[in-house]
Design a protein around this ligand. Structure first.
Ligand SMILES: [Zn+2]
Length: 157
């Protein structure tokens, strides 16, 4: 298990456009495994490669139903709307209200560089949109209605 440092808000790498992955290499496989380890360790539901300082179009997601790996993902269809709290591992302890589509269909490549089509509703649709935005250097903060606020954790007893 190898953890990578999660880049935080203010780091320029988070505002850059990522490059397409053209072939699967050992190095990219290691990156994907490290991204999964890093996401689970941070208890996040998604992580994009620029968040660990790598400008490649790779996203990992797990909303509690197992890992999803997306390479060169594109949103090809959306519908509906959902408004809710959204956070990001690059802005620890913060959240904001963001409206996203309630359904999203994504075209991507899997780890074997085969084309896959995935559909998500609710949290998964939100995760698709949030993580794919990262690949274009976009953070959720630009979509927040009102202000980004501190997350209030319940006090431990
Ligand atoms: Zn994020």
């Amino acid at each position: 298990m190898a953890l990578r440092k999660i880049r935080e808000f203010g780091d320029e790498v988070l505002n850059k456009e990522c490059k397409e992955v053209t072939k699967m290499t050992i190095r990219t496989k290691v990156l994907i495994n490290d991204m999964l380890d890093t996401m689970y360790e941070a208890m996040g539901v998604g992580l994009a490669a620029p968040q660990v300082g790598i400008l490649k179009r790779i996203v990992v997601i797990d909303i509690g139903e197992g890992p999803i790996i997306l390479i060169n993902p594109e949103i090809i269809e959306t519908s509906g709307e959902q408004t809710g709290e959204e956070g990001c591992l690059s802005l620890p302890g913060k959240a904001g209200t963001v409206t996203r589509p309630n359904y999203a269909k994504v075209k991507a490549l899997n780890e074997d560089m085969e084309e896959v089509i995935l559909e998500g509703e609710g949290l998964l649709a939100r995760a698709f949109c949030h993580e794919i935005d990262h690949l274009d250097g976009k953070l959720y903060t630009r979509l927040v209605e009102g202000e980004v606020h501190d997350v209030n954790y319940e006090e431990e007893e």
